[in-house]
Design a protein around this ligand. Structure first.
Ligand code: ADP
Length: 711
């Protein structure tokens, strides 16, 4: 059965293998067991129920919480050739009847409904007439009051299933893994002897970082400046903060939308669509945004304020990089945010038990922001994984991007001033005094007479305030928990004042771009956008960024080669193949010299096959030694130019007599070797990016071979 599942994975989705965890979940469902899968956002939950749905006789009912997203999910399925449909209140009577007929006739394989539908008697009558193979419950944590998205209607699911003559398999999916939620799901959905799977929570392509003690706005603007054309989500803690950030970015000319619960339904729908359809690159939002959004090409998620707990954080951050491409999750820590979250807990939770629980979970986030251990390890252990390596080499702790600067003198000035102001004032007034401001409040208190008045004249008030925030984040100072927080000294600060300890500030080095985009990638993106507008489906549903990137690196020139690209299944090949192939051909016509391999050098390892015949690469070398050019050989042998080039390099690697210097322009030789050394990898693309435009991939490949041979 699993083999059949794999065939469908390739045929419909264009993927060669299941991801970690998917296989187990699918197997369990196909064995007829109730199955509960806890998988992180972006891990690929949908395929876990969609593929079994296709393999089983009958229809699968998918319970999904958001009407607004059902259409996208169903569009995506129809696009790959799967017969799916949805029933919700957006349909008129005629459409509804038609869809019901298709479900009853057995045409529809997956029917998406919102949980509220299950409370309608007529719908329950309909369901009883269907041959249901499975009920798949998406975002199943909504059944639990402990979860952050409690939906009372999820409680109607179990009673409905009970009423059915024949009990279908029940599968449930979520990214939330606290023990309370887990227990509730099994109990309230009445799962029977279910297999429970918690798959690896790791998302290897995500770079996690925590930024503490920096001016958030400055950091954000610098980051966006460096990643101008990338798609990202910025989460902020309050509607007001969302509005502010949105205004700032709009004024700076960014293509940006916003989303929060204070906006009208239509404004929110528009904002969401603009983001899904790539009409805007950035969306600034509260946590109201995102559930069920499976836009795959989000390159970064920035939390401008800390979230309320690690589950919420991982779920929101996990919206980056669903396509598996390198992406970033950045959390900007500010001590004031803790107070905001505490306030929200006080305001919204009335049960003492739950309130204590929420405080505990908030503390976990604060710990995350201060941890000195690998951030990935922190997260994975939080979600219950064991044996996590100490270092991931892909987070801000492991890849320390900061430089230490000694700020002891400034820190002493600040501490001293706070002490002289009797630890009774907030950060603004302290900063004004240090700056030597003539503000009325400063003068009213007579602070101009203090010895610390004006001792930081060379800074602006904002700069001093930022520094105070650094010292709060690094726990030399703290803010009182009152309506007007007062800044006070901690024990560490006293040691610094006495000259017993030094203070260092971590300064973030300028951030490099997340990814580089070549011009074919941009061209393919525009082809995708045109199709998206024509067919009225979001671009990422047509092809993920990862798929376009692979095309832009491998230059497929026919159907077969296109099918080998991850994410291209049969249906998409038929629908869109020609348009993309034409674009690639046109591009190659204009840029013939780009038709070189971007594959890692491992492709160039000696080939052990074909031992008995003359190996293909040796034939190429013989022809080359006869004086034929690589182009001529490519034509004569009817092989790609790339392949011919690889043949020559392979011969060199196998120790045959090839003069690699012919491929490496003398004037660039030194800088190519330098770039290879600096990049520390054999990835051609990353080396190429460090070199002048005119240095060809061929030259880099040859240099790598030369280096390997001399090693
Ligand atoms: P989740 O619901 O768990 O957040 P999705 O089901 O939306 O995640 O899947 C996330 C992305 O991963 C989608 O773009 C999907 O096409 C892709 N994906 C899922 N399974 C695989 C696989 N086996 N190989 C490659 N990509 C996959």
């Amino acid at each position: 059965m699993l083999n059949e599942a794999k065939v469908l994975l390739k045929k419909y989705y264009g993927y060669d293998s299941f991801r970690e965890g998917q296989e187990k979940v699918i197997n369990s469902i196909l064995e007829g067991k109730d199955t509960f899968a806890i998988m992180p956002t972006g891990a690929g939950k949908s395929i876990c129920y969609q593929i079994p749905a296709l393999l089983m006789k009958g229809i699968t009912i998918v319970i999904s919480p958001l009407i607004s997203l059902m259409k996208d999910q169903v569009d995506a399925l129809n696009d790959i050739g799967v017969k799916a449909s949805f029933i919700n209140s957006s349909l008129d009577q005629y459409e509804l009847q038609e869809r019901i007929l298709m479900a009853v006739s057995g045409y529809t394989k997956l029917l998406y409904v919102a949980p509220e539908r299950l409370e309608s008697e007529s719908f329950c009558d309909l369901i009883k007439t269907l041959n249901i193979s499975m009920i798949a419950i998406d975002e199943c944590h909504c059944v639990s009051q402990w979860g952050h998205d409690f939906r009372p209607s999820y409680r109607s699911i179990a009673p409905l299933i009970k009423k059915l003559d024949h009990r279908p398999i029940v599968s449930a999916f979520t990214a939330t893994a606290t023990s309370e939620v887990k227990e509730d799901v099994v109990k309230l959905l009445n799962l029977k002897n279910s297999n429970v799977y918690t798959t690896g929570f790791d998302r290897k392509n995500l770079f996690f970082s925590v930024v503490r003690g920096e001016n958030k706005k400055d950091y954000l603007l610098k980051y966006l400046e460096n990643n101008k054309d990338q798609v990202g989500i910025i989460y902020a803690g309050t509607r007001k903060e969302v509005d502010n950030i949105h205004d700032v970015l709009t004024k700076k000319g960014y293509s940006v939308g916003k989303y929060h619960a204070g906006m009208s339904d239509s404004a929110r729908t528009k904002a969401q669509e603009d983001f899904l359809y790539d009409n805007v690159n950035i969306i600034v939002a509260t946590n109201a945004f995102g559930m069920g959004i499976d836009k795959s090409n989000v390159r970064y998620v920035i939390h401008y304020n800390i979230p309320k707990n690690m589950e919420a954080y991982y779920q929101e951050a996990g919206r980056a990089g669903r396509d598996g491409e390198p992406s970033e999750c950045i959390l900007l820590f500010g001590a004031q945010d803790i107070m905001l979250q505490k306030f929200l807990i006080e305001q919204s939770i009335f049960s003492e038990e739950r309130r204590i629980n929420e405080y505990r979970r908030l503390q976990d986030v604060v710990d995350y922001c201060h941890t000195t251990k690998c951030l990935r390890k922190f997260i994975l252990e939080y979600f219950g994984e064991s044996d996590v390596p100490d270092s991931c080499d892909n987070c801000s702790v492991c890849k320390d991007e900061t430089e230490l600067t000694d700020i002891t003198i400034d820190a002493q000035k600040i501490f001293s001033c706070i002490a002289r102001m009797k630890q009774k004032f907030g950060t603004v007034l302290v900063s004004q005094v240090l700056r030597g401001s003539k503000d009325k409040k400063v003068l009213d208190f007579g602070f101009e007479k203090l010895s610390t008045y004006g001792i930081m004249k060379n800074y602006t008030v904002k700069e001093i305030k930022d520094l105070v925030n650094v010292l709060i984040a690094d726990e030399y100072l703290y803010l009182t928990e009152s309506q007007f927080p007062v800044v006070r000294l901690k024990e560490n600060a006293v040691k610094v004042l006495k000259g017993e300890e030094k203070v260092f500030q971590k300064i973030h080095k300028a951030k490099k771009k997340i990814t580089q985009e070549n011009s074919l990638f941009l061209l393919l993106k525009s082809v995708r956008k045109t199709i998206s507008e024509r067919e009225a489906v979001p671009p990422y549903i047509i092809f993920a960024d990862a798929t376009l990137r692979e095309m832009s690196e491998k230059f497929p020139e026919n159907d077969e080669e296109l099918l080998n690209i991850k994410g291209v299944g049969e249906s998409k090949l038929q629908k869109y193949g020609e348009e993309f192939l034409n674009a690639i051909k046109a591009y190659l016509k204009e840029n013939p010299s780009e038709k070189v391999s971007h594959e890692p050098i491992k492709e160039l390892q000696p080939d052990e096959s074909n031992k008995h015949d003359i190996p293909s690469h040796v034939i190429t070398l013989n022809m080359y030694n006869e004086g034929k050019s690589l182009e001529e050989i490519s034509k004569e042998r009817n092989l790609k130019y790339l392949t011919i080039e690889d043949h020559i390099m392979r011969c060199a690697l196998e120790g045959m007599d090839v003069n690699l210097d012919l491929f490496i322009p003398k004037e660039y030789e030194e800088c190519i070797f330098e770039a290879i050394k600096k990049s520390g990898s054999t990835k051609l693309r990353s080396i190429k990016e460090m070199l002048p435009e005119e240095v060809s991939y061929t030259a880099i490949k040859a240099a790598l071979c030369k280096k390997q041979n001399s090693a």
